[in-house]
Design a protein around this ligand. Structure first.
Ligand code: NI
Length: 177
């Protein structure tokens, strides 16, 4: 079942999410719903708070394979890279964000097994963007104050529930997460 994606301005996006303690049927349903929601929105990543669930869990599919990250952490981050990002909670907004270029992340999968992933490029960016969501941090927090002021009106429109893209099929952003 597709769930509603929260927009910037909705409180759960700003909350610190709690660790997942058990992988049960409820969690599996949540993950299934989140994948459905993410694919319908043409996103490459989606964090649980974006559907109003403040648990430390996110999904990523950059085109290679669907991945589920439960209780993720970044154990190493190196380099620096600026690239455009989008976020399903900010429909139509794209901003350049600087982040470490490479990360090593650890998490648990849906079978309860721990795994480690070494990532660069889009995957590294997506992991950092989604992990931020679990701490109530949004990608517009990582742009300059001056730039945030410039896009104030756009942010207000999004907070009012609007999309900046009238036709959501157009120009679907690969990096929306
Ligand atoms: Ni996002």
């Amino acid at each position: 079942m597709k769930r509603r994606i929260l927009h910037f301005g909705e409180e759960p996006l700003r909350e610190e999410s709690k660790p997942v303690t058990t992988v049960n049927d409820e969690l599996r349903v949540l993950v299934k719903d989140m994948f459905e929601t993410m694919y319908q929105a043409n996103g490459v990543g989606l964090a649980a708070p974006q559907v109003g669930v403040n648990l430390r869990l996110f999904l990523i599919d950059t085109g290679n394979a669907p991945m589920v990250f439960i209780n993720p952490e970044i154990v190493k981050a190196t380099g620096k890279e600026a690239a455009e990002e989008g976020c399903l909670s900010f429909p139509g907004l794209r901003e350049k964000v600087e982040r470490p270029a490479r990360v090593v992340a650890r998490a648990t999968d849906l079978d309860g097994n721990g795994f480690e992933v070494q990532a660069e490029g889009l995957l590294a960016r997506a992991i950092q963007h989604e992990l931020d969501h679990l701490d109530g941090i949004l990608f517009v927090d990582r742009i300059s104050k001056a730039r945030r002021l410039q896009i104030k009106r756009d942010l207000e429109r999004i907070a009012a529930g609007e999309s900046l893209e009238p036709d959501e099929d157009l120009d679907q952003a690969e990096e929306e997460s």
